[in-house]
Design a protein around this ligand. Structure first.
Ligand code: ADP
Ligand code: 5GP
Length: 215
């Protein structure tokens, strides 16, 4: 199996983290690329699990050193995918899941032409705002800024391979699962395919030599 590079994007509150958590719990062939950020941890976030939390200086130093596959600014903070994270997961033979915004997603696509880009849409603007408020992790000002940015993010959804409306959570998780199942079966991604075709073809030839099965 050729590991997939899977990108999940959405406006803030669109359900990326929730769906990512579910996928990671349900599949042992998938692992998460832990990004670096300069934003402070939210209550309950753990260093090295949700993010590697860096000072602006440390982030800049790692950017200068070329450690990021991509990085972008969001809400006054910096976020970046560490090349070492993506390498760690792929070398372990697993698919790699990236929860990143749209500018970073474009850069990942440039780097990995066959990355699978999935955009999650909220069922409505009202529900997006409600989910963000209910999550309770940001101030009113930050929520307004995130909703403002959501407008340009939604416009970028057409650049993605798949768009899923995250209305019912179970259905949305199931839809991403189906995409992973199908993408892994693409002819172009099946590393051992020629060996498999050759083996089965030889086996069929042996059956032919053995004679007519009804004879
Ligand atoms: P993101 O990571 O995209 O910012 P989250 O995964 O944190 O979004 O989801 C935002 C909030 O919406 C969370 O409180 C989450 O529990 C809730 N949520 C996510 N998906 C659904 C859904 N399908 N139905 C109801 N609530 C949801
Ligand atoms: P949050 O602060 O809600 O965790 O994340 C804010 C935004 O930054 C989300 O859209 C999230 O997907 C994005 N993000 C998280 N990590 C990265 C990253 O490594 N690169 C980019 N480009 N965006 C990221």
């Amino acid at each position: 199996m050729t590991p997939l590079v899977v990108v999940l994007s959405s406006p803030s509150g669109g359900g990326k983290s929730t769906i990512a958590r579910r996928l990671l719990a349900e599949r042992d062939d998938l692992d998460y690329s832990v990004s670096a950020t300069t934003r402070p941890p939210r209550a309950g976030e753990v260093e090295g699990r949700e993010y590697t939390f860096l000072s602006p200086e440390a982030f800049e130093a790692r950017a200068e050193a070329g450690e990021f596959l991509e990085h972008a600014r969001y809400g006054g903070h910096r976020y970046g995918t560490l090349e070492s994270e993506v390498r760690r997961v792929i070398q372990g033979g697993q698919h790699v899941l990236l929860d990143i915004e749209v500018v970073g997603a474009r850069l990942v696509r440039e780097r990995f032409r066959d990355a699978v880009l999935v955009f999650l849409l909220p069922p409505s603007g009202k529900l997006l705002a409600e989910r963000l408020r209910t999550r309770g992790t940001e101030s009113t000002e930050v929520i307004t800024a995130r909703l403002t940015r959501a407008q340009e993010e939604i416009a970028a959804a057409v650049e993605y391979d798949f768009v899923i409306v995250n209305d019912d959570l179970e259905e949305a998780v199931h839809a991403v699962q189906a995409i992973l199942e199908m993408e892994a079966r693409r002819t172009s991604r099946q590393r051992g395919l020629s060996a498999l075709l050759e083996r089965i073809s030889h086996e069929v030839a042996a059956e032919v030599r053995r004679g007519d099965p009804n004879g």
